[in-house]
Every structure is written in C-alpha cells, then in structure tokens.
Design a protein around this ligand. Sequence first.
Ligand code: ADP
Ligand code: MG
Length: 631
Amino acid sequence: MTETKENQNYTFQAEIKQLLHLLSHSLYQNKEIAIRELVSNASDALDKFRHIALTESKYADETPLEIKVEPDKDQKVLTIRDNGIGMTKEELIGNLGTIAHSGSLDYLKNLTGDAKKDVSLIGQFGVGFYSAFMLADRVEVITRSYLEESGWQWESSGTGEFSINPAEVEERGTQIRLYLKEELEEFTNPERLKYILTRYSTFVPHPILLEGEHVNNQQPIWVEPKSQLTDEQYESFYQYLTHRTDEKPLWHLHLSADSPIQFHSILYCSPHNLEKMGFGVMEHGLHLCAKRILVESQCRELLPEYLRFVQGIVDSADLPLNVSRESLQDNTIFRKIKKVLTKKVLDHLQKIAEDSKEEYLKFYNEFGITIREGVNQDFENRNKIAKLLRFRSSDSNGEELTSLDDYLSRAKEDQKQIYYIGGPSLPQIRNNPNLEVFKRKGLEVLYLVDPVDEFALAQLFTYEEKQIVSVDSADIEFPESTKEADGEEETKAEEAAQAPGFEKVVELFKEAIGDQVEDIRASKRLTEGICTLVSTGGISTQLEQALNMSSQQQMPLSKRIMEVNASAPLIKRLADISGNEQHQEFIKDCGRQIYANAMLSAGLLPNVEEMVHRVDDLLLNAAQNRSSIVT
Ligand code: ADP
Ligand code: MG
C-alpha cells in the first residue's frame, strides 16, 4: 500500500483487484444481491454497536438503531445508511482493502456452472461489500466510528485504487453511496427497492426505512408456532441467514424447548457441502440470540464440530444480553443447549433415514464424510452416529450403500462379528483373495474404499455387541452355521495340509522369507487363491498404510501372517517335488514370488527389482521345461 500526504491514495490488495475484475466480468449477475449484502453489513454494524452499548454504557444513547435506504433519482445515487459502529481510518483500510479469508478468492474463481448462483454466494466469503461495484461505477463510504469525533470518506471506482480523506461527519455510523451505472437507474425506483428489500432482507433484525416506510416489520419466525409457518417462510429465512439466494435447504428443524432450558431454534441443512467442493473446513456456527437480539453470529459452541454443516439460529431467554465471548465458553446454559440440539439433529437424521432412503442418501452423499468424524468426537452419541453411517457392501457387489442395521438384518443368526475389507478401489477390493471364504459361506462384507471409513469403524470397535473386524484379521471367527456350506472345501484344504510334502514347502518358504513375515501357515480360508496376508494387530493393512502416510515418521509396516492354500495346484505340485534337494532353490523362489504377489493384492509394494529378476528366472525355468514337449 502506498500513501502520500497530499493524496491519500491506496492500492487494493491483488486479490481484491482480481475479485473486482471477476465481478464486473461475470455475465449473469443477480445485481439485487448487492443491496442484500450492503444491508446485511449495515445490520452487522448495528448489532456490533448495540453489543458495545450494552457492555460499555458510556457509549449508549437514545437514538434508535436503523438502516435507511435513500434513492436519489436525479443524481442517480443510492445511499444505504446506518448508525452502527462506523469505521476508523485503519478499519477502512483493513476491511475495505483486503480479503480476510485467504481461500475465498480461489474458491470464487473456481466456481463453475451457474454463474448467477455463484456470484450470489459472495456474502459467505467475507467479500460481500465488493458486490457494490456490480451496481456502481463509483462507491463512496462516509463513516464515523463510535470511537471518534469526526469521520472519513473512502472512495473508489473499483479499479485498482481507493482513497481515504478526512471528512466532517455529524453522526456515528456509515453511509454507502452508490453512484449507479448508467443502465441501472432502476435502483432508484422505490417500488423496485421495496421489492428487493422485502425479498432479501425481511428478517434483518433492525428497522429498514425506505422513504420513511418501515419495510421489514415481520416477527422473527423462530418464536412463532410451527403450525403457522409455511415452507416458503422457512426457505426465505434460510436464504437470509446463509446469503444463498435461490437455494432451498435440504431440510429444516424447528425446535422449541422449555426445560432444562428455554430456547427456540431453527436449524437448516444446506444442499451442498462446500468442503467437498474444495473450500477447506468451513467457518461455522449458529446465530445466537438472547431474547430475540443477536448476541453472536457464528457461535461454534452450540453444536459439535461434526455437525458444522448445520446452520441456523438459537434464541434463549435464559441468556443475559451483554454476555461476552469468554463467558459464553464455559457457560452451563450453553452445554445444555448443545446437548439438546445435538440429540435433536441426530434424531432428525435418523427419522429422515427411516422415512425415505432416497432423501437420506441425498444428505449422506454430501455430509456423510463430515458426520462420520463424530464417531471419534462424540462418545456419548456414538451409537446414534453409527446408525447414521452408510457403507458399500458385498450385498450389492459394492454398488449401493447400506447401514449397519441393514447389514445385521441380513447377517447369520449366530454371526458374532461384522466383517469389512479396506482397499484403494472397488475392483481391487472385489479381487482380494481374503474375500473368497466369505463368499463361500454367504457372509456379507462391508467394502471400505476410504481409509477414513475404516478408521471410523476401527474406533467404533463394536456395534450392537458385534465385534467389527477386518477380513484380513487373525481374529476372524466364522459362525458355526456356515461350516456346512463350506465343509467340503475346508476338508480338502485340511487334507492337503496333511500331505507329506506340504510341511517341507512351508519350511522352505520360511527359510526364504521368514524374516519378512510373522508366520507362515496353512490357510483355512483360501480355496482358490494361493496365498493371503493376515494381520494380527487390530487394524488392517490398508488402514495401517493410510495412517503411516499421514504421519510424519514412516514406520515400517507391522509383519503379517502368510497363509498358504495347501490345496492350490501350485502348492500341491511344490509339495510333490519338495523331497528332491535339486528343486529346493526353485521352491524358495516360488515362495518369494507368492509373497510378492500377496503383497500386491493387499495394495503393498514388494521390492520391484528383485521381483523382476526373479520372474525372469522363473519364466526361463518354465520355458526350458517346455523344450521336451515342443520338439
Ligand atoms: P463480511 O461482512 O463478511 O465481513 P464484507 O465484505 O461484506 O464482508 O464487509 C467487510 C467488512 O467491512 C465487514 O466485516 C465490516 O468490518 C466492514 N463493514 C462493511 N460495511 C460496514 C458498515 N456499514 N459499518 C461498519 N463496518 C462495515
Ligand atoms: Mg458482509
């Protein structure tokens, strides 16, 4: 920023320049939202002043807090005036020259699709003020802070620069003067303005006066009985709260409680998860009111982190008006409200899930990734959260999502465990040899493509008293009732393991790779595949890898148990020839390669160079043995 004595000119932060460019060049603009943003800023400024007047009585006075919208048809100027806290020179520079949230611009730039909707999101990113330049060639901000005796005049034509100069200002507060663009004279038309103000600003909690008329004299809807409100009213309140024009909430929840604490609340769920769209963790929080007056606009203490997608308002008569942030934090009223709200939201979600699978999946596809964090965060409600989780499963070959309850409704009567498998992709999961035995026995397995799902399940540990286990765990217990289905195959494998050469094969394998695995033993689960890796610790290979990647230090993966299928043709053949010393190096090489293959199946990377050499040798060996057949 550059400043000279005579000419108080400043350049905008580079991001703002880009933003202004973006605003003036995006084709479909809903220009009305600029009015909404400026009125919303005026209302914020009034809220801030009221809070100051309540906590520091020397600033209090009798003048009513109001917003005035003043069109001047002759000059083509529209003024939005408030008697809120105003701004000092430093505040003008900081607030109207920089972007507070660093990711905002990138996000706005990357928005694609419906440009009209995109621009209407502007208010959410802490850049609402700049929408003024959609209406005006030149914007003037005349302001006097409640801390100062005179004021400032800020001015810019929305290109690269702005200026700030001292100004005589009689009253506390801010006027935003919009020198309207040539073709936008309509914004001085009182009828048009009245329409816009009632459309977007009905719920502003301060009087908005247009040519003396109070245009937003509506009761706050959260204190009214549910039965008297229409969907349209809920929708427009949502749009007001979230600055999202044209967007309908996925659902809303209107609550009134009398005990243990008195409060009213309306909670909403947006139809889109902005975090999923790449915005990073959203700022969140509910609007907190005490006796209908806004105390804090992003109160994070009212809902747990994993419900951060819920937006809305909470109004309690049990809170003092002049409460400060600090005192809010360890307030027991708060903890009680939070407890009730959390339970109500979780119950509401459960109800949606029971009423309509389709509606619930719409919600889950957006916010499932957020809600599952709750398993870790909210011990008290763990079971309710677990009920809300959805996973792919073998029941639909991984195509559909299922709940743990649905899984259990299909489980064998004597099944004591819930099985899952993790893997980097559905095809890889479907081809994992560990699934074989589950298929044979008709046991359903949850397919977890995302390690975070697996992490959530590992945290949960049990559900409805059933242990949750990975299919590659050594702890698997198969239900007795599935023995029969599997009987023949199992006996075959057991018999093969008794064959005289098998023990020798295991011994040779141990000599070759014994230092890399925990143990090598005959498998009871494999009938088709040759070999699989089984883990002894509580977590699966996939999760261990994911945790490893996210931690600073690379830990060596814990050793697996290598299970070998004694009835596989290759192993049988190796058993047959294992008595002859000449073949033993070959058998060891086979062991090394079988282990490498099993690692690949589990998504692990064996030593590539060694493997390529070995496979070359094995191929040569096989080719040489063919010479007698061909000629
Ligand atoms: P946001 O309102 O999300 O913070 P804006 O771009 O709308 O983002 O406004 C930026 C900042 O400018 C506000 O946070 C506030 O500090 C200041 N501001 C804007 N309008 C006013 C006003 N009428 N009175 C006092 N401060 C204002
Ligand atoms: Mg704003």
